[in-house]
Write a protein that binds this ligand. Structure first.
Ligand SMILES: Cc1cc2nc3c(=O)[nH]c(=O)nc-3n(C[C@H](O)[C@H](O)[C@H](O)COP(=O)(O)O)c2cc1C
Length: 266
């Protein structure tokens, strides 16, 4: 079947998912198809519907949060898939992606895509310095390049009657989504330069760019985008919450120190 255009969409508050997405983008260049990327991290990028058509191939990469899609994509219906091919890509920090691929497949199918493939890749865990450190690396790049090549081959080799759908792994109902104990705040006011980078980086648009305060803590997804965007180390979770996260992540690291390989579903 003919492949008209390839899109790489990603949501990436701290850049790990974007690194994987860019590898997919590089690999897709070899196809000769028209290529486009879109960053769905800023809230305004998710406001207008994204429209596709039959013959498009759309890779959608999102990070794992507790083995689930990040909250802004629960029940997301902002893609007009119109029988385009949709390929979910989970990016996780070397623990697991649990039900995320099944959840992404459900969102894509509800938006009108056919899902012929999916994958999970590993990136640096943004809550622990050693989990997934240095990922994605050269081996991941090779796996991602091969994955993109195989997806394109699968579509081009098929004819209109072939059913290319795969069932991606995961349980339904999905595992419960974790609660965020508290939103990050300016824990070192003396270091804050009022530059507004934290507000600019927030994928939920809930940081006031004048006061740097979170306006609706209940909406915070705990992505750490604002913490990493701060050049001055002024922002973090409140001490007790930061300590609880560090302790939990140390236990997760002890159980997941070994390198995990990408998961490819075709
Ligand atoms: C709230 C939260 C929950 C996370 N849950 C998981 C998880 O369940 N499994 C895992 O392996 N990594 C988990 N991670 C790590 C991220 O999936 C990983 O760091 C990812 O690369 C972050 O994407 P980004 O850099 O594009 O923002 C979690 C990170 C955050 C902030």
């Amino acid at each position: 079947m003919e492949l008209k255009r390839i899109f790489i969409l990603y949501f990436s508050p701290t850049g790990g998912t974007r690194r994987v997405a860019r590898i997919l983008l590089d690999a897709a260049r070899k196809s000769g198809a028209f290529l486009e990327e879109a960053d769905l991290t800023p809230p305004e990028a998710r406001e207008a519907p994204l429209e596709f058509e039959a013959g498009d191939l759309v890779f959608w990469a999102a990070p794992s949060y507790g083995g689930r899609l990040p909250k802004p994509f629960h029940d997301y219906r902002g893609f007009a898939g119109r029988s385009a091919w949709g390929v979910p890509v989970a990016v996780y920090g070397n623990r697991h992606f649990d039900d995320q691929l099944a959840e992404m497949q459900d969102v894509m199918e509800a938006c009108g895509f056919t899902v012929p493939a999916g994958a999970a890749f590993i990136a640096r865990h943004n809550q622990h310095p050693l989990l997934g450190a240095g990922r994605p690396d050269a081996e991941d790049r090779k796996a991602a390049e091969s994955f993109v090549g195989l997806v394109i081959e699968k579509i081009r080799a098929a004819d209109a009657h072939d059913d290319l759908r795969v069932a991606l792994p995961g349980h339904r109902p999905y595992k419960p989504y974790g609660k965020v104990a508290a939103a990050p705040e300016v824990v070192h006011p003396e270091k804050c330069h009022h530059c507004g980078e934290c507000a600019e980086s927030c994928p939920m648009g809930i940081i006031d760019p004048i006061t740097m305060k979170v306006t609706d803590a209940g909406q915070c997804i705990g992505c750490r985008g604002c913490i990493e965007a701060c050049h001055y180390g002024a922002r973090h979770f409140p001490d007790a919450v930061a300590a609880a996260i560090a302790a939990k992540l140390e236990t997760i690291y002890q159980a997941n120190a070994e390198r995990k390989a990408p998961t490819i579903c075709l």
